[in-house]
Ligand binder design. Structure first.
Ligand SMILES: Cc1ncc(COP(=O)(O)O)c(C=O)c1O
Length: 355
């Protein structure tokens, strides 16, 4: 029996769930947290699903011709997913991104042969900016297919058809709470709708930036998390069309620093390198896990992408410096170091990369 796929999109989805056993002192928690590891999709994020949902629908409806250009405004991951699929299916692609988008994401888009236009972050702070920028995207690319990830129903649909059913199947219906970030809202709306249809009592929780992590015209340089957007105190017409607030039961706020620290804790406690939006999601999941009413419940947290996509960001940069060994006898909190007895000799010296 052979076991290969004949097109890239066939590799999207069926991502694994990992129970977090050490993160945040899990051993003592009466609540289970399962991480859905979406960075194992072929182009590295949950947005591979969105990209495939959109391209699949456009092809089926006859809106795409060979060699045509796909165009959208993206915080990076949708662009990467679309660029990869465009390369594999014979299309071109061009994306408009914030100038502050992580250099790794921009480089990945270029690696797939797509083009990028960077927009000054300050432009996004004007009232109605996103709509104005989207008008510009369409005007500058009249022959391209505008993939419209913010309102294209193919985006939540693929999560309804894949992400939700996978979680339901892989937890054998045990999932009680879904936690997600919101960019376009496609993930939470599609997955949440599917899961609630199976289990009406299931709760859907989203994470948004706390007050200190939202840039304003007075404080434009606030450190933000890509893929984590405000959903409260935002006028309905400025929310993406794919965000279904009716499916969301609660919103938890997270500062950028908390998101970055949580992502780092996940890497050190569980060996999973998640991006900062997943750090924010896990920050919210840990808060939910600590509530007595959630004892015995199963939380599924969406790990949208990998921390490798953000290694050059300011909050992460210090990690590139080799760390000295801890002093003999000093053990890490989680006991990950070998026994102090074998560390009593001279400290090893760092000689550079070892592998
Ligand atoms: C890193 C990251 N996390 C989460 C999300 C949220 O996904 P969605 O657009 O489905 O709401 C996005 C999307 O922009 C993202 O890039």
């Amino acid at each position: 029996m052979t076991a290969w796929s004949d097109h890239l999109a066939a590799l999207i989805g069926n991502t694994p769930l990992l129970e977090l056993k050490r993160f945040g002192g899990r051993q003592t928690s009466p609540c289970r947290i399962l991480a859905k590891i979406e960075y194992l999709n072929p182009a590295g994020s949950i947005k591979d699903r969105t990209a495939w949902g959109i391209i699949r629908a456009a092809e089926a409806e006859g809106h795409l011709r060979p060699g045509q250009t796909l165009v959208d405004l993206t915080s990076g991951n949708t662009g990467i997913g679309l660029a990869a699929l465009a390369a594999a299916r014979g299309y071109r692609a061009k994306f408009y991104l914030r100038a502050s988008t992580s250099p790794e994401k921009i480089a990945l888009i270029h690696q797939y042969g797509a083009r990028t236009i960077l927009i000054d972050d300050a432009e996004f702070l004007q009232p109605g900016a996103v709509d104005l920028i989207i008008d510009r995207v369409q005007q500058e690319n009249p022959d391209a297919l505008y993939t419209n990830q913010r309102s294209n129903p193919a985006n939540p649909r693929i999560h309804f058809e894949t992400t939700g059913p996978e979680i339901w199947r892989d937890t054998a219906g045990a999932v009680d709470i879904l936690v997600s970030a919101v960019g376009t809202g496609g993930t939470v709306s599609g997955t949440g709708r599917y899961l609630k249809a199976q289990k009406p009592g299931l709760k859907v929780v989203v994470v948004e930036p706390a007050a200190g992590s939202v840039p304003t015209p007075d404080h434009p340089d606030v450190d933000t998390v890509e893929g984590v957007h405000k959903v409260t105190e935002v006028e309905a017409q400025h929310l993406p069309g794919n965000y279904d607030s009716g499916v969301v039961d609660a919103v938890i706020a997270c500062e950028t620093a908390q998101a970055r620290l949580t992502a780092r804790a996940l890497a050190r406690d569980e060996g999973l390198t998640a991006g900062p939006s997943s750090g924010a999601v896990l920050f919210a999941a840990a808060q939910l896990a600590a509530r007595p009413e959630n004892a015995g419940r199963t939380i599924v947290a969406i790990i949208a992408d990998s921390g490798e996509r953000y290694l050059s960001q300011p909050g992460v940069e210090g990690d590139r410096t080799p760390q000295p060994d801890p002093a003999p006898g000093l053990q890490r909190r989680s006991g990950a170091w070998s026994s102090p007895a074998v560390r009593t000799g001279p400290k090893p010296t760092y000689h550079g990369p070892l592998g």
